[in-house]
Design a binder for this molecule. Sequence first.
Ligand SMILES: [Zn+2]
Length: 295
Amino acid sequence: MIALKAVVLALSAVSALGHQLASRQPKRGCATEISAAQKDAVEADFAARRTGLPAKKAAPVTIPTYFHIIRAEETVDRGDIPESQVIAQMDALNAAFVNTPYTFELKETTRTTNETWFDVASPWGDDAVYQDDMKATLRRGGRESLNLYSLGFTDVSDGLLGYSTFASSYESNPQDDGVVFLYSTVPGGSRAIYNLGGTVSHEVGHWVGLYHTFNEGDGGEEWDTCDVSTDLVDDTPAQLYPTNGCPERSDTCPDVPGDDAIHNYMDYSDDVCYNNFTPGQVERMIAQMAIYRGL
Ligand SMILES: [Zn+2]
């Protein structure tokens, strides 16, 4: 019975992940999604507020960071990440953002034993109540503070590595703000290929206001056109679908100038492949953070 429930949950998770786990089966699963209607509204608001934004120098900004470890038991393979890996994750995050104004400073690590949160909390359907509970219990700080939650997603999906809220979502739902990710993706974790800390860097990319570099439509659906670049950043070329692995090069939109941004943190490549945010992405994150997080 328990096994059956796990299968049903996994199947519903796969359908919620949409194209990412269906057609081409890239292994990285990110469940950060936005509907087309929401995105239109958010981007109209952003464009209007950005126009009135005073020119801002990219001054260094320190972001208070709270690292919430949810464990099913007090063992590493049931989520109890050792402090050394917490530090290594913070280092990986700061290395990823080295060419941005942002430095993430660990304020507190919390450890909570809760098997239900560890196994089934997710953004989807009935299980969302568990992640809502978790965030209501643990979230610290205001709109300027990053809250990271490590979970197992054990009964949710094999492919899910993480998800985040966007900077622009804070105003309407402050309690939901933060990044949720698979505990074994921290540096030295057991999730091979994805255990250099790239998942947290990718999700924090959403948290500072970035979309995926590949083209997405409503709620993360795949687009079949290269005529648009749905991340609204000029220097990431149009890309038809996510990268899987770490190919030598890839160009899914050959009629549009520029190769796919396979080394960009907002693609789906393996951790070892990640090495940059573009100047256009940094420009967008500075405006997003100023407008929606007051930083
Ligand atoms: Zn993502």
